[in-house]
Structure formats: C-alpha cells, structure tokens
Design a protein around this ligand. Structure first.
Ligand SMILES: Nc1ncnc2c1ncn2[C@@H]1O[C@H](COP(=O)(O)OP(=O)(O)O)[C@@H](O)[C@H]1O
Ligand SMILES: [Mg+2]
Length: 252
C-alpha cells in the first residue's frame, strides 16, 4: 500500500457507558480511498469525528505523518490538512453559493468562518480566491447559482457545494461521511469524479458509505466495523465474502 500518511492506533470513545469506538487501528496511504463500512451504530461517524478533532478520544493515538495530532481541535486538524464533510450538509444557509465556497480556503478553514468573511485582507485575497472558486462552481454544475443563497439549493446541490468547499481547502486527508446520501444518481457520479480527481493529486480519502456500488466505484481498500471494532479489512471482494461481515449486516 505504499507509505502511511494517517495512522490510527487503539482509538477508543465511550458515550455514557456505550463503547462507540473500541480500539480501532487504521493505516491510510496518500492517493487512496479507504472505505469505512458497517451497520448503523458501528462507530463509523465517531471515528471520523475523532479524526476531524470534533470528538476527543478517550484513548488511542492519531498520527499524521510524523506528528501526533490526536486531541487537537477541529480548526487545528483542518490547518494540518484533515478536512471533513458531514453526514448532513453544514453550509451557511443565508450566504450565497459563492460565499459558502470561498469559506473553504485557507487560512480560515474551519475557524470562525463568519468572522473570516469580514476579516482584514479579505478583499485582497478575494479576487484570487473567486478566480479559483468559479471553475469549481462550474465543475459542480452550480455556476447558475453563484449568487443564490445556499438555503435555496436542493439537498443534492447542497451536498455538492459542501464537497466543493472541502476540495478548495486542498486537504491532505479528506473525510467524507455518506457523501451520496440524498444525492441524485447523476450528481453522485459528479461527486465520485471529484473524489477521483482529488486522489490523483495525492489526497487520502476516508469514505463512510453504505451504498456498495459507491464503495466499489471508489475504494482501494475497505475497513469493516461492527460494535465499535474493526472486524475485517481488505479489498471489497475480500471483505464481501467474509462470514463475520455477513453476520454483522444480517444481525442488524
Ligand atoms: N454524541 C453521542 N452521544 C451518545 N451516544 C453516541 C453519540 N454519538 C454516537 N453515539 C453512539 O455511539 C455508537 C456509534 O455511533 P456512530 O459513530 O454514529 O455509528 P455509525 O456512524 O457507524 O452509524 C451508537 O451506539 C451511537 O448511538
Ligand atoms: Mg454515521
């Protein structure tokens, strides 16, 4: 699998007595897509939350390259290149499509985004950033909606916009939590194409997705979780035929 970019060891999180994540190990290489799958409640979103810095691990370690990054808050994780999109879109509904997209750029990614819009130096940077955001809007098929409030977009379009914003941050590691949820099939293919493109630039993607066709289309390897633990890892074909995986899904 080549060099390891993101290394997770013994990651653990308990919520009020429930071991949501229980000793998870992961290794993620640059320019790969790792699928994180498993039944509802397996702990997938909690793993992503810890990788993004939104949830503080009770135990375990997250390393990005040579650095230990576990325990850092989300804006620090984002500055170090770990960017997440949410299971439900997290846009600013009153801001326009273009404004939402501009919030993806460094150096304000993740940190007090509203304030960033009015920060000193914004105007100067704005022209350059708009120059990069417009091609992204076109790629997303949202150029007609540049000045539309995000609230007016369809669910699928909002999802695309959120992913576009994450891409503009040029993540080292992109964490996608069910990016295809509520996205029409033709828009889904657009999302998949964007992920492919990002991976060719060296980004490592961790993808939580329940739609197996999407996993098959995008992932180089798959990690299966159940009850907070990794039960199997390998290629999709390897895990698909695994008895424990079948049990985990049937037992749902
Ligand atoms: N903030 C929270 N408070 C309490 N329990 C939680 C919280 N987040 C997740 N859980 C519980 O942790 C377990 C794993 O949840 P989650 O990571 O969302 O699973 P998945 O994304 O695989 O469906 C579930 O039992 C869920 O109810
Ligand atoms: Mg989830």
């Amino acid at each position: 699998m080549g060099p390891v970019l993101l290394r997770v060891e013994g990651l653990t999180k308990t919520f009020g007595g429930v071991r949501a994540v229980d000793g998870v190990d992961l290794e993620v290489s640059p320019a790969t897509v790792t699928g994180l799958i498993g039944p509802n409640g397996a702990g997938k979103s909690t793993v992503l939350g810890m990788l993004a810095g939104a949830i503080r691990p009770d135990a375990g370690r997250i390393r990005l390259g040579e650095r230990t990054v576990s325990g850092q808050p989300p804006h620090r994780m984002a500055q170090m290149g770990i960017i997440r999109t949410f299971q439900t879109a997290s846009l600013f509904p009153q801001l326009t499509v273009l404004e939402n997209l501009l919030l993806g750029f460094k150096p304000w990614r993740g940190e007090r985004p509203r304030a960033a819009l009015f920060a000193r130096g914004w105007k100067r940077q704005e022209a350059a950033q708009v120059g990069r955001a417009r091609p992204m809007l076109a790629q997303l098929g949202l150029n007609r909606h540049e000045n539309t409030p995000a609230a007016s977009l369809s669910g699928g379009e909002r999802r695309l916009l959120e992913i576009g914003r994450a891409l503009l941050a040029e993540p080292t590691v992109l964490l996608l939590d069910e990016p295809m949820a509520g996205v029409a099939p033709h828009l889904g293919e657009l999302v998949a194409g964007l992920v492919d493109g990002l991976v060719t630039t060296g980004t490592a993607v961790v993808l939580v997705e329940h739609e197996m066709r999407v996993i098959e289309r995008l992932c180089h390897s798959v990690v299966v979780m159940a009850d907070g633990k990794v039960i199997v890892r390998g290629t999709l074909d390897e895990v698909r035929t695994n008895q424990q995986v079948r049990m985990a899904y049937l037992g749902q």
